[in-house]
Design a protein around this ligand. Structure first.
Ligand code: Q9C
Ligand code: ZN
Length: 566
C-alpha cells in the first residue's frame, strides 16, 4: 500500500532557510518506486483531508484555528506567524497539504486495520513528529503519526500502539503527546550530542522514560556522536527495541519513517546504508500480526532518501532483505547509549531486568570532549559522501518449496517437490554439502518457555546471525521441542532477514501438524503475536546472559555495554 500525495508547496523561495524540505523529496521517492517496479506492486490508497475532529485528537482548538487562517494571510503576515515557532515555514498552501498528510496516514491506518492491505507506507509532506499540541516545529504542522495513533485507538479500540521513530531527530511532539499514556509505546533514536544538537532538549535524553502511568513507555536512545553505522542501529534494535516491543505486544505498529538517519543526509550526518532500512522494517513485520504503517518524516539527501524508501517498501512487499553489509559491531559511544537506555528501563521491562546498573557517564563525556577537540571538528559535507547503490533485490518466483513425505498435504501457496523418489540428486547433494558446512546453533533446552526463548532469539541468535552473515539459514526442528507454533513462526520469520531469506527448515517424521504453520512463516505471512509476555525464568536468563558474555569477545553485536563493563 502506498499513498503518494505529491504535495505542491515549496517554501524555499520565500524561506531560504528551508532549502532542504522540498517537493523533490516526494517526487524522487515516487519516481524511484516506479523505476524499481515497486509502485505497480502496491495498492494505491487515495488520500483524504484530515477532518477537524481528527486533528483535534492531538492538537488544541486555538492552534488549529490559527493554522486555518494561514492560507489567507499575506506573505508578510505568514513570515510573522512563522516566527513564533521553531524551524518551520508556512506557505499559503501548507495548511491544505498538512491536512492531506495527516489524512493519508489515517487512510493507511484504515486500510491496514480493515485488512484491505497488510501494511503500507504513506509518502507525505509536511512531516509531523516535531509538531506539538499548540505549536508547529521542525518543518512539521500537524503530528501525522500521533494523530494516527489516537485515531487507531479510538476507531478500532486498540489497546496498545507501538510508534517506532527512526528519523534522526527526536520526535518531541510525539513524546509530549503520549508521555503519560501507557497504551502508546514511543521509541525514538536521535542525534543528540549531549544536548548540543537540535532541538537541544533535556527531555530527549535516555532518562525521559515517560510519566506517571506512562512510565516506561517512552524510550529515547540518544546518539552522542555522528557517523553511526548499521551495527549501531541493529544493535539497538536487538538489545532494546525488539525485546521491549515483544513484551509490549502491540496491536499496531506505526513508524515515523524519517530517512535523515541514512548516509549522506545533511541533517543526520550518520553513516548507515540505505539497505539497513530493509532490516529495520523486516524486524518489525512480525509484531502486531504484521499490521505496520510507515509514514514519511525527514530525509533530505535526494540520492539516499529514494534508496531508503525503496528498501523499506520492497521489504513491506515481502521481498527478502539484502545481505547486511559491514557489521563490525557498535561503536563505543553507541554502546554507552545502549547501556544507559537499558539501565533506565530495567525497572519497567522484565526483558531488561538483568541489564547492568547505570554507570557514570561523566567520565565518558569528558573523554568524548577530548576526542572532539583532537579531531578539530573537520567538517566533511554529508552531501559529498559517496556510497554504492544498494544491489538490486530479487523477487523470487517461488517463495517456498516443500519436500513432503507421502500423505502430507501441501499447504496453499507452496510448491511441492515429490518425496525422495523424485528428489533431484543434485539438490540432495547440495543439501548435504550445506548441512556439513553450516554452523548449527542449538537453543538452550530450558527455553521452551516463550519469553525465555524469545529473549534468546532477540538478544543472542539474531545479533549472532547478523554478524556471522550466513549464506543459508538451516533451521532444524527437533520433535517434542516444546516450542509452540507461534513462537516457532516468530523464529522462522525473524531469521528470514538473514542470508537473503535463504532458509532451509528440516523437520522430522511425526511433525505433520507443524508443516502448515512453518510453510506460512516461510511464505512471509506475519507470525501471530505471542501475547503479553511474562518474565522469563531466572534460570533461563542466567544461562543466556552467561552465554552472551562468553561470546561477546568474538561477536561484537552481542555487546550491550562499553569498555567500562557491567
Ligand atoms: N536551525 C524533520 O526531520 N533544523 N525535521 C534546524 C538549525 C530543523 C527536521 C537546523 C530540522 C527539522 C521532520
Ligand atoms: Zn528528521
Amino acid at each position: 500500500s502506498l499513498s503518494p500525495s505529491t504535495l505542491k508547496f515549496s517554501n524555499s523561495l520565500s524561506y531560504p532557510a528551508c532549502k532542504i524540505e522540498v517537493p523533490e523529496r516526494l517526487t524522487v521517492s515516487h519516481e524511484a518506486l516506479i523505476k524499481n517496479g515497486l509502485a505497480d506492486r502496491c495498492v494505491s490508497v487515495p488520500v483524504r483531508e484530515a477532518t477537524d475532529a481528527d486533528i483535534l485528537l492531538v492538537h488544541s482548538e486555538e492552534y488549529l484555528e490559527a493554522v486555518k487562517k494561514t492560507p489567507y494571510m499575506t506573505l508578510e503576515d505568514l513570515k510573522e506567524f512563522t516566527l513564533q515557532y521553531g524551524d518551520v515555514y508556512f506557505h499559503p498552501n501548507i495548511y491544505h497539504c498538512a491536512k492531506l498528510a495527516a489524512g493519508a496516514a489515517l487512510q493507511l491506518v484504515d486500510s491496514v486495520m480493515t485488512g484491505k492491505v497488510r501494511n503500507g507506507m504513506a509518502l507525505v509532506r509536511p512531516p509531523g513528529h516535531h509538531s506539538m499540541s499548540s505549536a508547529a516545529n521542525g518543518f512539521c504542522v500537524f503530528n501525522n503519526v500521533a494523530i494516527a495513533a489516537q485515531y487507531a485507538k479510538q476507531k478500532y479500540g486498540l489497546k496498545r500502539v507501538l510508534i517506532v521513530d527512526w528519523d534522526v531527530h527526536h520526535g518531541q511532539g510525539v513524546q509530549y503527546c503520549f508521555e503519560d499514556d501507557p497504551s502508546v509505546l514511543y521509541f525514538s533514536w536521535h542525534r543528540y550530542e549531549h544536548q548540543k544538537f537540535w532541538p537541544q532538549l533535556r527531555e530527549s535524553d535516555y532518562d525521559s522514560v515517560g510519566k506517571e502511568k506512562g512510565a516506561g513507555f517512552n524510550i529515547n536512545v540518544p546518539w552522542n556522536k555522528v557517523g553511526m553505522k548499521n551495527s549501531d542501529y541493529l544493535s539497538v534494535f536487538c538489545h532494546v527495541l525488539l525485546p521491549v516491543a515483544y513484551e509490549f505486544c502491540p496491536d499496531l505498529v506505526l513508524v515515523c519513517a524519517g530517512f535523515d538517519s541514512a548516509i549522506g543526509d545533511p541533517e543526520g550526518e550518520m553513516c548507515a546504508s540505505p539497505d539497513i532500512f530493509a532490516h529495520l522494517t523486516h524486524l518489525l513485520m512480525n509484531l502486531a500480526g504484521g499490521k505496520l504503517c510507515a509514514v514519511l518524516e525527514g530525509g533530505y539527501n535526494l540520492t539516499s532518501l529514494p534508496q531508503s524508501v525503496c528498501q523499506t517498501v520492497q521489504t513491506l512487499l515481502g521481498d527478502p532483505a539484502p545481505r547486511p553489509a559491514n557489521l563490525d559491531g557498535p561503536c563505543e559511544s553507541a554502546l554507552e547509549s545502549l547501556h544507559c537506555v537499558r539501565s533506565a528501563h530495567r525497572q519497567y521491562w522484565s526483558c531488561l531486568k538483568h541489564a547492568g546498573i547505570a554507570i557514570s557517564t561523566k567520565r565518558v563525556k569528558l573523554a568524548e570532549e577530548e576526542e572532539r577537540l583532537e579531531k578539530g571538528d573537520e567538517e566533511k559535507s554529508q552531501e559529498e559522501q559517496v556510497w554504492p547503490e544498494p544491489p538490486k533485490r530479487v523477487t523470487p518466483p517461488i517463495r517456498a518449496a516443500l519436500v513432503l513425505p507421502n500423505g502430507v498435504a501441501c499447504p496453499d501457496g507452496c510448491e511441492s517437490f515429490g518425496a525422495s523418489e523424485d528428489a533431484d540428486p543434485v539438490i540432495v547433494n547440495k543439501l548435504r554439502y550445506v548441512a556439513a558446512a553450516s554452523c548449527l546453533f542449538v537453543l538452550p533446552q530450558g527455553c521452551s518457555d516463550a519469553s525465555g526463548f524469545l529473549q534468546a532469539v532477540l538478544g543472542l541468535l539474531l545479533p549472532l546471525g547478523y554478524e556471522y552473515d550466513p549464506s543459508l539459514v538451516l533451521l532444524v526442528r527437533m520433535p517434542d521441542s516444546g516450542v509452540c507454533d507461534s513462537v516457532w513462526q516468530q523464529l522462522t520469520g525473524l531469521l528470514q532477514g538473514l542470508a537473503q531469506g535463504h532458509t532451509l527448515v528440516l523437520m522430522q517424521e511425526g511433525e505433520k501438524e507443524r508443516v502448515a504453520p512453518t510453510a506460512s512463516a516461510l511464505l512471509g505471512d506475519a507470525a501471530p503475536s505471542l501475547g503479553q509476555l511474562h518474565s522469563p525464568l531466572p534460570e533461563d536468563v542466567e544461562v543466556l546472559e552467561r552465554l552472551r558474555h562468553r561470546l561477546q569477545g568474538d561477536w561484537k553485536l552481542l555487546q550491550t555495554t562499553g569498555e567500562t563493563g557491567e
